[in-house]
Write a protein that binds this ligand. Structure first.
Ligand code: SF4
Ligand code: SF4
Length: 407
């Protein structure tokens, strides 16, 4: 694609990056066929090719309107388009640049600004989110259904965390909303890894990975969260931890991009690259330890439908690995049509775009139920909580189900 970026951005690092991405796009439109919002709305501007064109216009200095912002807001950042694109267009990076530009050049209505600010203030802070969740539970019977289904009825017990007794050590990210919604996930991961000779360590005081604020378009605040997390972990990295294990693929995809996101920060660039290099999804770790795990596996697993989060299959490009780990562990995986499509959770999308998100959730749940599973397993707390709000079937993280298979 030919480009002519405007003077105000052409010679900036963002301008050069956006220009290189735009020039790769040949406008073939293959990506539209796998875009969830295009499939629902049928509008070219609600598909990747149209959004790329809108961002090109903005970067070239043409008029930016509220409609431009609306079409970018409707994007889930699911990155299915990146998986489909034959030309390697890094749509997600372009969207980060485009959203920041469009946000700065348009006036978002006051109510929307308040919602964005509140989400950015509450969700990354465990000390605020946990008490608000408790309050939400108390008020649940009086809330409208659309809000009540976002508040889980109970929190599963975490169980004991094994003492750090092994020479092999890995770090775990506690995360921001996960400890309040599902503390059993990291604890189960720690117990499974303990059985194969690895001690999993959560660092006290380590906060949010930065994804929430970064993707709400408070990009500088998100980068600050990333720097703070690197500082919390750095002594452990210097002490030689083997890996950083992610049980939430939404955090994992961001951490794998720390190196890129902080590459222009001279104080943090090298550390951020090291953190990215150490980051592994829990499926990658368990797959590598299969030989040690196999003798420990006991009773046969049940019939499960696996929902691969977009941040795992498109963002981290990890496809089919968790399914393989589960099949090797004796679970029967039921067929799930259109498993490449987003469930509509997408970080804060389910709150900011409830109509589209609800439709995607209903579609996803009927696809997951197609093979009559006993439960739904997934790999990201956002998808888990979102899907659980719309079904009577249990929805759990797969590592929790795998732990139950150990003798
Ligand atoms: S992003 Fe890729 S698939 Fe989509 S129009 Fe551009 S080149 Fe084609
Ligand atoms: S990220 Fe997802 S919703 Fe956004 S344009 Fe790409 S496929 Fe469509």
């Amino acid at each position: 694609m030919q480009t002519a970026l405007a003077d105000f951005i052409r010679d900036t690092p963002e301008g050069r990056e956006a220009d290189a991405i735009l020039r790769k796009c040949v406008h073939c439109g293959f990506c539209t066929a796998t875009c969830p919002t295009y499939l629902l709305l049928g509008d070219e501007n609600d598909g990747p090719r149209g959004r790329i064109y809108l961002m090109k216009q903005a970067l070239e200095g043409q008029e930016i309107t509220d409609k431009t912002r609306l079409h970018l807001d409707r994007c889930l950042t699911c990155r299915a388009c990146e998986t489909t694109c034959p030309s390697g267009v890094q749509y997600g990076r372009l969207l980060d640049i485009g959203r920041r530009l469009v946000e700065g050049k348009t006036a978002r209505p006051a109510w929307e600004r308040v919602k964005h600010r509140a989400l950015a203030a509450v969700l990354p802070r465990r000390s605020l989110f946990a008490p608000l969740l408790k309050l939400g539970r108390l008020a649940r019977p009086f809330l409208p259904r659309s809000i009540a289904e976002k508040v889980p009825a109970s929190t599963p017990a975490a169980g004991a965390w094994p003492a750090p007794r092994h020479a092999r050590k890995m770090l775990a990210l506690a995360g921001c909303v996960q400890p309040a919604l599902a503390p059993d996930i990291n604890a189960a991961a720690a117990r499974v890894l303990d059985r194969v000779g690895i001690s999993l360590v959560e660092v006290k005081g380590a906060g949010c990975c930065g994804a929430l604020r970064y993707h709400l378009n408070y990009q500088e605040d998100g980068l600050d969260d990333m720097r703070a997390l690197i500082d919390s972990w750095w002594p452990y990295v210097e002490n030689g931890v083997e890996a950083i294990v992610m049980t939430a693929s939404g955090c994992g995809v961001t951490m794998k991009e720390y190196g890129h996101l902080l590459e222009r920060d001279p104080r943090y660039a090298a550390r951020a690259a090291k953190i990215s290099a150490l980051t592994r999804d829990i499926s990658e770790v368990i797959d590598a330890e299969h030989a040690r795990l196999e003798p420990l596996l006991g009773k046969k697993g049940g019939r499960v439908a696996f929902h691969p989060p977009c941040t795992l299959q498109h963002g981290q490009n990890i496809k089919g690995l968790t399914e393989r780990v589960l099949a090797l562990a004796g679970f029967e995986l039921t067929p799930v049509p259109d498993s490449h499509l987003c469930c509509g959770s997408a970080g804060t999308y389910s709150i900011l775009q409830p109509g589209l998100s609800g439709q995607l959730k209903r579609n996803k749940l009927s696809a997951l139920a197609a093979g009559s599973p006993e439960e739904i397993l997934t790999a990201n707390i956002g998808c888990l909580a979102h899907l659980q709000g719309g079904t009577e079937l249990p929805v759990r993280h797969w590592i929790v189900a795998l732990e139950e298979r150990l003798q």
